[in-house]
Design a protein around this ligand. Structure first.
Ligand SMILES: *Cc1c(COP(=O)(O)O)cnc(C)c1O
Length: 397
């Protein structure tokens, strides 16, 4: 038997309760019953994100919400600073160019992190917006969201800070209100354990205020219109009713598990376990930046195309992991920890990886289990064992 399992950093493993809720949804969207679900889901989302800001749900993939944020934040000719060290940073650059921004790109090699020092002298009093990723999913690296946001605000109190947190939410700490983030964007197929197709974002009072002066033409992604409709439990056009029902179920599940903080702690632990396993197996992680909690990017052993590892994982175990993107293809593979993954999933994945490497002649048979063991040690360190757990005299661990 071979079960197919997704370990990709989007789409990720699906929560059965969310799948069931989606399949059961048959309501018309302009009914009191659906409005109640829509409003309840929005409240759960606000609680999940931990913000007082308005939150909106959009029927699009995550990139749609990136576009929505940008077209509502900037007008053509506005100076915009974009930080890019990977494929998704490049998406912000492309969007900013598409809408005529005066783009000030700050680039770093793939695999590096951005922090406050990187925007010194780049963000000025004239900069209208700063856009970056919380987690760069193409390289498995996180950026210093708090440091960047605070430094940008010091340089320009009116700047709009746009954070693509599509894989950052639920995998690393992001404090929307305390860090004064204007647009924070998420997507359904990442930490909230659902199928693709729904995006969500939070919008600050400063961002709403700045929209009055905005000249960019927009229709579907006009957030002022959405805000009015969504306050009434509706969206301007037809909402993705099934996905909204799924989001409600997923957010209820997450709340019962301990909320966003518990989800973040889980992802961070699985990421630490995976990094420890990679090291024990003599594999190097990709990049030199701060590793993400959402996913781990691991370099393929020298001379072995990472595509071979991806293929063998699927062929032998039905596990779908991600290859590198663009110029990183063949060099690295990526394993997800965001959303509906637990320690058992991660131990299993590492055991599979060991077998794939052994078959490729890249791991001596005698070393099988060393990666799993390293991951188990991380689990033991993180486990909240009561301090006074009784141990009998002479009993060994
Ligand atoms: C997945 C992802 C996106 C793109 O989302 P789509 O849903 O494919 O549009 C953007 N940014 C990051 C960081 C992502 O991980």
């Amino acid at each position: 038997m071979r079960k197919e399992r997704l370990f990709t950093p989007g789409p990720t493993a699906l929560l059965p309760a969310a799948q069931a809720a989606m399949a059961a949804m048959g309501l018309h969207h302009r009914t009191a019953e659906f409005r109640q679900i829509f409003s309840a889901t929005r409240s759960l989302l606000q609680e999940f994100l931990g913000t007082q800001n308005d939150v909106l749900m959009l029927a699009s993939s995550g990139s749609g919400a990136m576009e929505a944020a940008l077209v509502n934040a900037i007008s053509a000719g506005d100076p915009v600073v974009v930080l890019s060290a990977g494929k998704f940073g490049e998406r912000w650059e492309e969007l900013a160019k598409a809408f005529g921004a005066r783009l000030e790109g700050v680039r770093k090699p793939y695999g590096q992190s951005f922090d406050a020092g990187d925007i010194e002298g780049k963000v000025t009093k004239d900069t209208v917006a700063l856009a970056f990723q919380a987690t760069e999913s193409s390289t498995g690296i996180r950026h210093d969201v708090e440091g960047l946001a605070r430094a940008a605000r010091r340089a320009n109190p009116n700047i709009l800070v746009l954070v693509d947190a599509i894989t950052g939410i639920g995998t690393s700490p992001i404090e929307i209100d305390a860090w004064d983030l204007d647009y924070v964007i998420g997507g359904s197929q990442k930490a909230v354990m659902m199928q693709p197709g729904l995006a969500y974002l939070s919008v600050s009072p400063r961002a709403w205020g700045a929209m009055a002066a905005n000249q960019t033409r927009r229709y579907y992604f006009d957030l002022r219109r959405e805000r009015k409709s969504q306050a009434q439990g509706e969206s301007a056009c037809t909402p993705a009713t099934g996905l909204i029902a799924a989001l409600q179920a997923a957010l209820q599940f997450i709340a019962a598990q301990g909320g966003r903080a518990a989800l973040v702690a889980n992802a961070e632990m699985l990421a630490a376990a995976t990094r420890a396993a990679a090291e024990a197996l003599g594999l190097k992680r990709f990049g030199t930046g701060q590793p993400a909690g959402a996913l781990t990017a691991i370099q393929s052993p020298p001379g072995l195309d990472s595509g071979e590892i991806v293929k063998a994982m699927r062929r032998d175990f039905g596990s779908v992991i991600a290859n590198g993107q663009g110029e990183m293809k063949g060099q690295l593979f990526r394993v997800a920890h965001l959303g509906y993954y637990d320690a058992a999933d991660t131990f299993s994945l590492i055991a599979q990886l060991e077998l794939v490497l052994a078959q490729a002649g890249r791991l001596e048979r005698g070393r099988l289990g060393q990666g799993v063991r390293a991951a188990q040690e991380v689990w033991l360190q993180h486990r909240p064992v009561p301090a006074a757990a009784p141990m009998m005299a002479g009993q060994e661990r």
